[in-house]
Design a protein around this ligand. Structure first.
Ligand code: MN3
Length: 201
C-alpha cells in the first residue's frame, strides 16, 4: 500500500508564494486521490504489490492491460507530487550553488537564462502537465501525470506542476505569475542532493 507522504513543512509556511489553502487541496485532496486510486489499481494486480513505484513506472515492467492506465496515471501522480513537495521550501529561493550551479551555468550560460528557459517551457505546456529538470541539465515537459522515468529517462531532480489545481486558488488563470513566484521557494539544496542520490519511491 502506498501512502501519502507528510509535507516537510507547515501548510502556512510557503506563505504568499503558495497559500495554505492551495497546499491543503493539492496535497490532502489531489495527491491523496492519486495514492488511493493507485492502491485500488494494484488490488487487481497482486503480483505487483510491494514493488517500488520506480519499478512500476519504469520501462522494465510489463503492466497488466486491465490496470496499466490506472497505474501509469495514478502512480505518476503519486511519484510526481512526492517529488514536487521536496522541491520547495519556505527557506528556498535564491540562486543555486555548488555542483548544481556549475551544471546549470555550463548548460545555460547563467542561472537567469536557465530560469527563462524552464519558465518558458512551463508556460508552453498546453493543458495539464509538468516541467522537469533532469540530472544531465535537460529541461523537458510531460502531459497529464506522465513522468520522465516511464520514458526511460533518469529520475528528475526538479519538477514544477502546472496543472491548474496547483495555482488556481492563488493566481487564478495566471500561470505566469505562479511560475515567477515559485522560483522564490525552490529548495536548491534539495535539488542538488538528487544529483548524488536519485529520487526513489
Ligand atoms: Mn498537482
Amino acid at each position: 500500500m502506498f501512502k501519502l507522504p507528510v509535507l516537510p513543512y507547515e501548510y502556512e509556511s510557503p506563505g504568499k508564494h503558495m497559500s495554505a489553502e492551495t497546499l491543503k487541496y493539492h496535497h490532502d485532496k489531489h495527491h491523496q486521490a492519486y495514492v488511493d486510486k493507485l492502491n485500488i489499481a494494484l488490488e487487481s494486480a497482486p503480483e505487483l504489490q510491494g514493488m517500488p513505484l520506480d519499478y512500476l513506472l519504469s520501462t522494465g515492467v510489463v503492466l497488466p492491460d486491465a490496470a496499466k492506465k490506472a497505474i501509469i496515471n495514478n502512480g505518476g501522480g503519486h511519484y510526481n507530487h512526492s517529488l514536487f513537495w521536496l522541491c520547495i521550501s519556505p527557506n528556498g529561493g535564491g540562486q543555486p550553488s555548488g555542483k548544481i550551479a556549475d551544471m546549470i551555468i555550463e548548460k545555460y550560460g547563467s542561472y537567469q537564462k536557465f530560469v527563462e528557459e524552464f519558465s518558458s517551457k512551463a508556460l508552453g505546456v498546453f493543458g495539464s502537465g509538468w516541467v522537469w529538470l533532469l540530472p544531465n541539465g535537460d529541461i523537458i515537459t510531460t502531459s497529464n501525470q506522465d513522468t520522465p522515468i516511464t520514458m526511460g529517462l533518469s529520475a528528475p531532480i526538479l519538477c514544477l506542476d502546472v496543472w491548474e489545481h496547483a495555482y488556481y486558488i492563488d493566481y487564478k488563470n495566471k500561470r505566469d505569475d505562479f511560475v515567477k513566484s515559485w522560483w522564490d521557494i525552490v529548495d536548491w539544496e534539495s535539488v542538488s542532493s538528487r544529483l548524488d542520490t536519485p529520487f526513489s519511491i
